[in-house]
Design a protein around this ligand. Sequence first.
Ligand SMILES: Cc1ncc(C[n+]2csc(CCOP(=O)(O)OP(=O)(O)O)c2C)c(N)n1
Ligand SMILES: [Mg+2]
Length: 570
Amino acid sequence: MVCESLVREGVEVIFGFPGGAVLPFFDTLPQYPHLRHILVRHEQGAAHAADGYARATGKVGVCLATSGPGAANLVTGIANAHLDSVPIIAITGQVARPFIGKDAFQEIDITGITQPITKHNYLVLDTASIPRIFKEAFYLARTGRPGPLLIDIPRDVFIEQAEFHYPNKVDLPSFKLTLEGHPAQIKNAAELINEAQRPLIIAGRGVIISGAYAELKELVEKAQIPVVTTLLGISSLPESHALSYGMIGMHGMAYANFAVNGADLIIAIGMRFDDRATAKVSAFAPHARVIHIDIDPAEIGKNVRVDVPIVGDAKAVLQKLNKQVTPVQHIEWVRQLDDWRREHISTNIRDTQKLLPQYVIRQIYEVTKGEAIIVTGVGQNQMWAAQHYWYDKPNSFISSGGLGTMGFELPAAMGAKVGCPDDTVWCIAGDGGFQMTIQELATIVQEKIAVKIAIMDNGYLGMVRQWQEFFYRKHYVATPLTGPDYVKIAEAYGLPGLVVKRKEEVVPAIQRAMETKGPFLIDFKIEREENVYPMVPPGASLSEVLEEPKQEAKKAKIAADSAKLPVSNI
Ligand SMILES: Cc1ncc(C[n+]2csc(CCOP(=O)(O)OP(=O)(O)O)c2C)c(N)n1
Ligand SMILES: [Mg+2]
């Protein structure tokens, strides 16, 4: 009944790991040749792979684990999906019903544990309810604001038999959705937009989830509104678009942060004013009124005061809003942003013979012509990948934003590649994060998953080292990090690998990875103490951006060169 339900929901892939409680499931699986089971090496990998699969395809990802330790190992991955609104279904085995609550062998209360990190979860107490629960769970995962659900199935519930009736629709009277947006609020929003002098759109992952790319572009072009994005909003509008001004936040582009500061109207779409994006929230967008479009009413007014709240699906709301927005130019404002962008070249890469991570990312962009899906780890590697690749292709940036989970990169890239086999998928890994889920190399080899892996090998938990450098007197405690010989590791697992130590080896290595069929690993021995700039220090506001020291010098030169340097209004 579980397999049949998965088939009814169009599931093609399950990332899982067996154990006693789920053996009845595995026993039945061969009868379902269209359900591909991918055996991971650790259940955390299964959850992240389901997450990467779901983000890359827009479908629901499925992971499965046994009771007790298996279920517990899924927890980080479920929390990760929860914070980034990713639709996954986690199926766990549970001890048989008579043993529940007895501290039986491999018993944990996984529904209790995951209650705050799932949209909803189920302990299945009778076999006949399996189809209804699966129907509901898939519906809830993908409907409204997506998210993870967990279905915990006791071993004896797996074994019992019942009639299989798959419902056509769900019956959830208390689950109410608002998708269309309130007409009066949409009208209010249009009026504010039509009056604004310095409007700015902040696009979040909601735009991507909703597939509102065309609608966003229409609004941007019709009313000539500049766009910045959150980390997870990257690729909601092509970054080469003239009105695209990059990512905001702690490591956002300086000019994007200045734009937030200078705006008189913020149109926030499918984003939740996360503290990494807003920085000091009391100083966020001090001159702006705020329109907030979000499908989740709980997000409205949670962090930032909102003038016009619109609860609804981004695509549906933007379609209506666009009809009421009048074509207009914001020449002065756009010029101001362009000046800031020229003055604060946050994407500049130092001209040096050293092996800079920013250069590596930029070359991956050049060689893949911007057509790859980039899946990152967490830390410096993540920020360089966000800053130095140009994301023109919709939904091409996959990263753990909300939870910031090291170890996400390799299994999530694996899931993305399984979901999008015709796309090139690059895993940009930190050497720390990579070592957290390195075992999935075996999965990649066994299942022939052609992920290209670039380790940004700085021998440090780099982002934490950077904080120690800036805020803890360079007191590098617990951040210097050794690792194995990654090329030998790759060979041992059965995939080819290369180490790159010099700048001129970068492009040939990336080309070699692209030309090689199957997975490939490159260990980039990058500058060890390279920092991520720009940076808004913790507790500071978006206007207080630290820029790269060399950049400061360059800025001074630009200032000297330019007689009419614009005076920023922040
Ligand atoms: C599971 C987990 N543990 C700890 C952290 C805290 N943390 C954030 S970034 C970071 C360093 C990451 O090191 P590495 O993967 O080598 O990436 P780098 O910053 O060097 O690019 C750490 C430890 C985290 N985000 N996730
Ligand atoms: Mg590192």
